[in-house]
Design a binder for this molecule. Sequence first.
Ligand SMILES: [Zn+2]
Length: 368
Amino acid sequence: MPGPHRARRQLPGQQPKQVRPVNPDVLSRHGELIWLVPHRPPVGEPELGRGVPRAQPLDLLANPPPLQHPQAVRRQRHPRADLGQLLRLLMHLDVDPGPRERNRRRDPADPAADNHRPQSHVLPFSGYKGAVSYQPADAAGAAALAVQASRALAAAGQADMVWGHASIRDPGGRGAWMKSAGWGLEEIDAGKIVLVSPDGTVLEGSGPRHIEYPIHTAIMAARPDVGSVVHTHSPAANEFAALDVPLRPLDHAGSLFCFPDIPRFTLTGGLIKTRELGAALADVLGGTRACLMPQHGIVAVGPDAPAAVMTAVLLDRACRTQLSVMAAGPLRRWGGEQDTVAKRADVWSEGQLQAGWEYLLRRAAQAH
Ligand SMILES: [Zn+2]
C-alpha cells in the first residue's frame, strides 16, 4: 500500500541514504549559534586588489573546526563523514562541554579557565525578545556577524554570483568588516572576511577587498546610527527603478519604503569606487533605511545586521510585488499614509526583523 512508510523503505540492493554532514560553521546547542572565527594570520595573502582568493588549508591542530553538537557528531558515523569531524571525535578537541563548563572556562578569576574563545563568538540564535544585542563587542564578533549577514542574504536569494556585500561596523572604529572579493555570499566563512579601512586598506583578514567598499565606509562615516550596510544588485529593484514611478505600499514589505518615498541615487549607475561617490550616495540616502540605485542595485542600512539584511530583502520583495501588479494592470489601490506608518511599526519591529533574520540563518544552515 502506498504511503509515507512505504516510500521510505529501503529496497533490496539499495544503498542506505547518505547522511549529509552538518554545516561546519554552526553549532546549535541550547539555542545558541556559534561560528568559526579567524584563528591565525592569513597564509599567502594576495596583494590588495589582485589575485583570486583561495581557501586556506585546514590545519586541524592550529585552526580547529568549530564546535559540533554531540547529536550532529553521532549522526555522522557514516564512512563518508569528513576527516575533521572524525579527528575531533577521537581527540576530543572541540566537543562542546555544555553551558556550565563553557561559563567556567570563561571565568577570568578561574586560573584554570580557558579564555581563548571570547564570549562574543557565541551569537544569539533565538530568544531575542529584547534580551539580545547584535552589536559586536569586538573584532571577532563583527567578523562573525559579517559571515552571518552574507549567508542570510544568500539564503534569501539576494546573491548575484560573486557581487553584492554586507558589512559590519568595526567596534574599534577602524572601518567595515565585509566579505573579500571573488566569493559568492553563500560561500562566505570567517576566512573570507576582511576589515577595510575608509581609505581602502585591508587591515585584517586575507583576500582582496571589493571595489565598492566606499558604499560601506562612507555611509558609516555619515551615519553614526548605522551598524551594518548591505549592497546588492537586486534584479527586481533595477527593473522597478527603470519604470521611474513611486514605490507604493502594496504589502507589508512595501510599507517600509514610502511616506516618505525611498530615495534614488541617480548620479551614476556605475560602480561606487571612490570615497567621493560613497559620500554622494550617503548624502542621497540621508537618514533613511534604504536607497534605490537605478541601473545598479540597492543599499540598505540598519543599526545592526538583522535590520540591514532584512531591509534589503524586503526592498527586493516590495519591488517584485509592484512589478507583478503593474504587469497585470494599472495600480488602483495601496495603503494610505496613516495606516501604513502605523502598521509598519508593528510588522517590522526590531523583534520581527530579528525573527526574519534568524529564519534566514536556519535556511542557510540547511543549505550547507
Ligand atoms: Zn554594486
